[in-house]
Design a binder for this molecule. Structure first.
Ligand code: SAH
Ligand code: SF4
Length: 391
């Protein structure tokens, strides 16, 4: 504290308006307590929840079933809706859109809309429904990331902060609203594979999942969370009733190579991660995805593929491997595998009966592809077209 000041709050420090509190992100029980505090009947909580999570209102005045007096009382107490706002958008030549979403503290989070999905679902039994709209939203869980994988641009930011459940679920709602998407009528997949490590923000991440499943109405079986292998998080995940499908960023055939590209392997070895994954009770037909980013000359040799086969066999889990071609970023000490190397790697796994798929890179030209999320607002020398500002 600066000299000469004491603990008392001076009139100059007092905020001109009451401190605001965000309603978007509160669960049904919290909304129930809130309406009780304002002496309103319990059914007002359901109306508010529907307004927040089904109608996606942006202003308390739009909570139409509520009497004006209740809206005014809640507003006077400093509450506001707080649905995150899209403040920038970039469109790729392949249709992918990358959004910058503003948070209340002046930060931005990145969210990606892939109108035709990202092929991440291949091999999980859901292709039969491909005639449906199969858009996918890639959601961020933190601003930046602490895990420091050497091939990932997000790692360069370090960790700025965790996102709240409202900020995580709010990305989905903001994008669905912009796309005029009708939940229930159209099919949407969510992948928690944006910025950050979801299992290092476990409570808020899982709260967002429950809001999205129970209030917004997106089945959890259409959601996939990817983790770099945070063992305590996987063990907690194993206990959840409502949970997305699980993807593990394996990225290497053994601990030595993995430590070089994912230093977190020193803390949790591949074997520890697999042991934890085995604790997750899988649903009928559910498979765990092992993601494998191919880095030229580092982990893409056929001998690496053979080692992956042995590792996967030992794991003895229903699983599939998603091969991801590395998306380059400026100044990164890696190179992409040649296309034929990628196909040979895939064939080597397939010839050993391991389902392996190649994930198409989406939105690479606008820095929207896997591992490219880094709040890039200036896209120098790329073909992206800016869609412009506010939604
Ligand atoms: N933090 C989580 C989820 C976000 S990263 C995780 O690591 O799993 C989502 C996926 O993108 C991970 O499988 C990661 O290995 C991959 N990835 C990171 N950087 C990449 C890059 N530059 N090119 C391709 N994939 C990348
Ligand atoms: Fe974090 Fe995932 Fe990037 Fe690793 S790959 S730094 S865990 S976002």
């Amino acid at each position: 504290m600066p000299p000469g000041r004491n603990n008392s709050v001076s009139i100059l420090d007092a905020p001109a308006t009451p401190a605001t509190q965000t309603l978007f992100g509160l669960g049904f029980q919290q909304l129930t307590l809130l309406v009780k505090e304002f002496s309103a009947p319990a059914y007002r909580a359901r109306q508010l929840s529907d307004a927040l999570y089904r109608q996606w209102v942006e202003d308390l005045d739009a909570v139409s079933p509520w009497p004006k007096s209740l809206r005014e009382a809640i507003s006077a107490a400093g509450y506001r809706i707080g649905l995150p706002r899209i403040e920038g958008a970039f469109k790729s030549t392949d249709g992918t859109e990358r959004y910058l979403i503003a948070t209340s503290d002046g930060q931005t989070v990145e969210t990606v809309w892939m109108p035709e999905g990202d092929d991440g679902e291949e091999g999980d039994g859901s292709e039969a429904q491909n005639d449906f709209h199969r858009a996918t939203i890639c959601v961020s869980s933190q601003i930046g990331c602490a895990v420091n994988c050497q091939f990932c641009l997000t790692a360069r930011l370090g960790i700025l902060r965790n996102l709240t459940a409202g900020e995580i679920a709010g990305q989905v709602v903001a994008v669905l609203k912009r796309q005029k998407f009708e939940v229930g009528k159209q099919r949407i997949n969510l992948v928690f594979m944006g910025m950050g490590e979801p299992f290092l923000n476990y409570d808020e991440f899982m709260k967002a999942v429950r809001l999205l499943a129970e209030e917004v109405g997106i089945p959890e079986s259409r959601m996939t969370v990817s983790t770099s292998g945070i063992v305590p998080g996987i063990l907690r995940f194993a206990q959840e009733k409502v949970r997305p499908k699980l993807a593990i960023s394996l990225n290497a055939p053994n601990d030595d190579i993995r430590t070089g590209i994912m230093p977190i392997t020193r803390k949790w070895r591949i074997g520890d991660v697999i042991d934890a994954v085995r604790q997750v009770p899988l649903r009928a037909k559910e498979k765990v995805t092992f993601e494998y980013v191919l880095l030229g000359g580092v982990n893409d040799r056929l001998s690496d593929a053979d080692e992956v086969v042995r590792l996967v066999r030992r794991a003895n889990l229903p699983l599939k491997v998603n091969l991801i071609v590395w998306n380059p970023g400026p100044g990164m000490p890696f190179h992409m595998s040649a296309p034929e190397t990628v196909v040979q790697f895939q064939q080597r796994l397939r010839s050993s009966e391991i389902p392996a798929y190649i994930r198409r890179p989406r939105g690479r030209d606008i820095y929207a592809a896997c591992g490219q999320l880094k709040r890039t607002t200036e896209l120098v020398g790329v073909s992206a077209s800016t869609l412009g500002g506010v939604s």
